[in-house]
Design a binder for this molecule. Structure first.
Ligand code: ZN
Length: 193
């Protein structure tokens, strides 16, 4: 068995051995809130926001962007599972700042293999063929961290399926300190009315 698979299954066996009363948790999140955040491996929402199993919804994607699919999850989170407050949490040093749609499309057109991140940015080292399919994907890259939080909170706020009563808070997680820093303009745009 490959190492990662072995490690994951072994960690899971340890976790399940002391699972205890968590088997009785209710489906709706007990603390009635949801977090939309980046998939970055350095971020652990359970730790940075103090979550236990059953507390809150955590929706993750590359960048923590308010994509159609993220909004789909948030709408389910409120409409069916009763969350009442939402957070959009991006972070410093996000990989989404280091490429553009044009670059991603070029990289994928050349090769599907993993590109290399150098001081000059991403460059292809793998072999072809690639695919031009990438030109049909909006990669939702980030040019300005704070502005992206404002943009995502605004998009969620304006969405016709999102009630005006849900406050949406905008934050940036600092990967150097572990601190959440508010993006005041985003929280302002996201306020409930
Ligand atoms: Zn990120």
């Amino acid at each position: 068995m490959p190492n990662v698979l072995k490690e994951v299954l072994s960690a899971n066996a340890t976790y399940a051995a002391s699972f205890g009363p968590k088997g009785n948790l209710a489906l709706p999140p007990a603390r009635r809130f949801a977090i939309l955040t980046c998939m970055d491996a350095r971020l652990d929402p359970a730790k940075y926001a103090g979550l236990s199993e059953g507390d809150a919804h955590v929706i993750r994607n590359a960048g923590g962007r308010a994509s159609d699919d993220a909004i789909r999850s948030l709408v389910i989170s409120y409409k069916l599972l009763g969350t009442r407050e939402w957070f959009v949490i991006h972070h410093t040093n996000c990989g989404m700042e280091f490429f553009t749609d044009a670059l991603m499309r070029d990289l994928l057109a050349r090769s599907l293999e993993t590109a290399e991140l150098s001081a000059q940015g991403f460059r292809d080292v793998g072999k072809g063929p690639g695919s031009t399919e990438a030109q049909f994907v909006d990669w939702l890259t980030i040019a300005d961290t704070a502005q992206a939080v404002v943009d995502d909170v605004s998009r969620i706020r304006r969405h016709p399926l999102v009630p005006k009563s849900i406050p949406i808070y905008g934050y940036i997680y600092d990967v150097k300190t572990g601190k959440l820093v508010e993006v005041a303009a985003a929280t302002q745009v996201g306020r409930a009315t």
